[in-house]
Design a protein around this ligand. Structure first.
Ligand SMILES: [Zn+2]
Length: 170
Protein backbone atom coordinates (compact mmCIF):
# COMPACT_ATOMS: atom_id res chain seq x y z
CA UNK A 1 0.00 0.00 0.00
CA UNK A 2 1.23 3.49 -0.83
CA UNK A 3 2.00 5.74 2.10
CA UNK A 4 -0.15 8.86 2.28
CA UNK A 5 2.45 11.14 3.83
CA UNK A 6 -0.49 12.66 5.73
CA UNK A 7 -1.30 14.77 2.67
CA UNK A 8 -5.05 14.99 2.14
CA UNK A 9 -6.98 17.28 -0.18
CA UNK A 10 -10.52 15.90 -0.01
CA UNK A 11 -12.95 13.68 1.83
CA UNK A 12 -15.00 11.26 -0.30
CA UNK A 13 -18.38 10.04 0.93
CA UNK A 14 -19.57 6.47 0.28
CA UNK A 15 -22.28 4.06 1.32
CA UNK A 16 -21.63 0.36 1.82
CA UNK A 17 -24.43 -0.66 -0.55
CA UNK A 18 -25.18 -3.83 1.35
CA UNK A 19 -27.93 -5.11 -0.95
CA UNK A 20 -30.42 -7.68 0.20
CA UNK A 21 -29.41 -10.94 -1.52
CA UNK A 22 -32.87 -12.38 -0.90
CA UNK A 23 -34.59 -9.89 -3.15
CA UNK A 24 -34.21 -9.90 -6.92
CA UNK A 25 -34.33 -6.10 -7.11
CA UNK A 26 -31.48 -5.90 -4.60
CA UNK A 27 -33.50 -3.69 -2.27
CA UNK A 28 -33.71 -4.09 1.46
CA UNK A 29 -36.77 -4.80 3.54
CA UNK A 30 -34.75 -4.68 6.72
CA UNK A 31 -32.15 -2.17 7.84
CA UNK A 32 -28.87 -3.65 6.67
CA UNK A 33 -25.42 -2.54 7.62
CA UNK A 34 -21.94 -3.97 7.70
CA UNK A 35 -19.29 -4.66 10.31
CA UNK A 36 -15.58 -3.97 9.91
CA UNK A 37 -14.96 -7.73 9.67
CA UNK A 38 -17.54 -8.12 6.90
CA UNK A 39 -16.11 -5.14 5.06
CA UNK A 40 -12.58 -6.48 5.44
CA UNK A 41 -13.75 -9.82 4.06
CA UNK A 42 -15.29 -8.12 0.98
CA UNK A 43 -12.23 -5.98 0.29
CA UNK A 44 -9.43 -8.39 1.19
CA UNK A 45 -10.82 -11.89 0.55
CA UNK A 46 -13.24 -11.09 -2.30
CA UNK A 47 -11.57 -8.11 -4.03
CA UNK A 48 -8.03 -9.25 -3.19
CA UNK A 49 -6.91 -5.90 -1.77
CA UNK A 50 -4.28 -5.66 0.95
CA UNK A 51 -6.64 -3.97 3.45
CA UNK A 52 -10.05 -2.34 3.81
CA UNK A 53 -10.37 0.37 1.16
CA UNK A 54 -12.10 3.01 3.32
CA UNK A 55 -10.40 4.95 6.09
CA UNK A 56 -13.57 5.14 8.19
CA UNK A 57 -16.84 3.23 8.49
CA UNK A 58 -19.79 4.76 10.32
CA UNK A 59 -21.97 1.84 11.34
CA UNK A 60 -25.73 1.68 11.89
CA UNK A 61 -26.14 -1.14 14.40
CA UNK A 62 -26.66 -3.91 11.83
CA UNK A 63 -24.56 -6.45 9.98
CA UNK A 64 -24.86 -7.59 6.35
CA UNK A 65 -27.70 -10.00 7.23
CA UNK A 66 -29.69 -7.23 8.89
CA UNK A 67 -29.09 -8.61 12.37
CA UNK A 68 -28.42 -6.15 15.21
CA UNK A 69 -24.79 -6.40 16.34
CA UNK A 70 -22.62 -4.87 19.03
CA UNK A 71 -19.70 -5.06 16.60
CA UNK A 72 -21.11 -2.16 14.59
CA UNK A 73 -23.05 0.11 16.99
CA UNK A 74 -25.37 2.75 15.58
CA UNK A 75 -23.27 5.86 14.90
CA UNK A 76 -19.91 4.34 15.82
CA UNK A 77 -16.94 5.74 13.89
CA UNK A 78 -14.83 2.67 13.12
CA UNK A 79 -11.31 3.00 11.77
CA UNK A 80 -10.61 1.02 8.60
CA UNK A 81 -7.39 1.61 6.68
CA UNK A 82 -4.85 3.69 8.58
CA UNK A 83 -4.52 7.31 7.45
CA UNK A 84 -0.82 6.52 7.04
CA UNK A 85 -1.84 4.90 3.75
CA UNK A 86 -3.63 5.91 0.57
CA UNK A 87 -7.10 4.32 0.45
CA UNK A 88 -8.86 2.21 -2.18
CA UNK A 89 -12.30 3.71 -2.71
CA UNK A 90 -12.28 5.80 -5.92
CA UNK A 91 -11.22 4.18 -9.17
CA UNK A 92 -7.66 5.33 -10.08
CA UNK A 93 -8.00 8.51 -8.01
CA UNK A 94 -7.29 7.61 -4.42
CA UNK A 95 -4.31 9.76 -3.63
CA UNK A 96 -5.23 12.66 -1.36
CA UNK A 97 -8.73 11.32 -0.73
CA UNK A 98 -9.91 10.22 2.70
CA UNK A 99 -12.60 7.56 2.23
CA UNK A 100 -15.56 7.71 4.61
CA UNK A 101 -18.30 5.08 4.28
CA UNK A 102 -21.71 5.05 5.93
CA UNK A 103 -23.10 1.55 6.41
CA UNK A 104 -26.34 0.97 4.54
CA UNK A 105 -27.80 1.21 1.06
CA UNK A 106 -29.13 4.74 0.70
CA UNK A 107 -30.75 4.04 -2.61
CA UNK A 108 -33.65 2.76 -0.51
CA UNK A 109 -32.72 3.22 3.19
CA UNK A 110 -32.02 6.38 5.15
CA UNK A 111 -28.98 6.99 7.35
CA UNK A 112 -29.74 7.02 11.07
CA UNK A 113 -29.64 10.24 13.09
CA UNK A 114 -26.58 8.92 14.90
CA UNK A 115 -24.78 8.14 11.65
CA UNK A 116 -25.34 11.70 10.44
CA UNK A 117 -24.25 13.19 13.77
CA UNK A 118 -21.11 11.05 13.71
CA UNK A 119 -20.38 12.05 10.12
CA UNK A 120 -20.48 15.73 11.11
CA UNK A 121 -18.22 15.03 14.08
CA UNK A 122 -15.75 13.12 11.91
CA UNK A 123 -15.69 15.87 9.26
CA UNK A 124 -14.96 18.44 11.97
CA UNK A 125 -12.22 16.29 13.45
CA UNK A 126 -10.55 15.62 10.09
CA UNK A 127 -10.66 19.32 9.18
CA UNK A 128 -9.08 20.26 12.49
CA UNK A 129 -6.28 17.82 11.76
CA UNK A 130 -5.75 18.31 8.03
CA UNK A 131 -7.25 21.68 7.09
CA UNK A 132 -10.52 22.65 5.46
CA UNK A 133 -10.96 19.58 3.24
CA UNK A 134 -13.94 19.69 0.85
CA UNK A 135 -16.45 16.83 0.96
CA UNK A 136 -17.52 15.24 -2.30
CA UNK A 137 -19.71 12.19 -2.98
CA UNK A 138 -18.17 9.17 -4.70
CA UNK A 139 -20.45 9.66 -7.75
CA UNK A 140 -19.03 13.16 -8.34
CA UNK A 141 -15.40 12.01 -8.53
CA UNK A 142 -15.53 8.50 -10.03
CA UNK A 143 -14.56 7.98 -13.67
CA UNK A 144 -17.38 5.49 -14.15
CA UNK A 145 -21.02 6.11 -13.14
CA UNK A 146 -21.90 4.94 -9.64
CA UNK A 147 -24.97 5.39 -7.45
CA UNK A 148 -22.72 5.68 -4.39
CA UNK A 149 -23.49 7.10 -1.80
CA UNK A 150 -27.15 6.59 -2.71
CA UNK A 151 -29.89 9.06 -3.59
CA UNK A 152 -31.36 9.42 -0.09
CA UNK A 153 -28.03 10.32 1.49
CA UNK A 154 -27.21 12.61 -1.45
CA UNK A 155 -30.51 14.47 -0.95
CA UNK A 156 -29.85 14.99 2.75
CA UNK A 157 -26.29 16.19 2.16
CA UNK A 158 -27.35 18.64 -0.58
CA UNK A 159 -30.22 19.92 1.57
CA UNK A 160 -27.79 20.66 4.41
CA UNK A 161 -25.22 22.12 1.99
CA UNK A 162 -22.49 19.81 3.26
CA UNK A 163 -20.84 19.13 -0.09
CA UNK A 164 -18.27 21.40 -1.71
CA UNK A 165 -20.06 24.13 -3.76
CA UNK A 166 -18.79 22.70 -7.06
CA UNK A 167 -20.54 19.36 -6.61
CA UNK A 168 -23.34 18.82 -9.12
CA UNK A 169 -25.18 15.59 -9.81
CA UNK A 170 -26.97 15.35 -13.13
ZN1 LIG B 1 -18.48 4.64 -3.05
Amino acid sequence: MARSGGRWSEITLHHSGSDDPDRSDGRSDTPRGITLDELRHEHVSVNGWSDIGYHFLISNGYNLDGDPTDEAPDGAILEGRSLDFVGAHVRDRNRGRIGVCLAGNFEDMYPTKRQLASLLRLLKDLRERFGDLPLRPHCAVNIRPTACPGRNLLAIMFERELFAPDVEIS
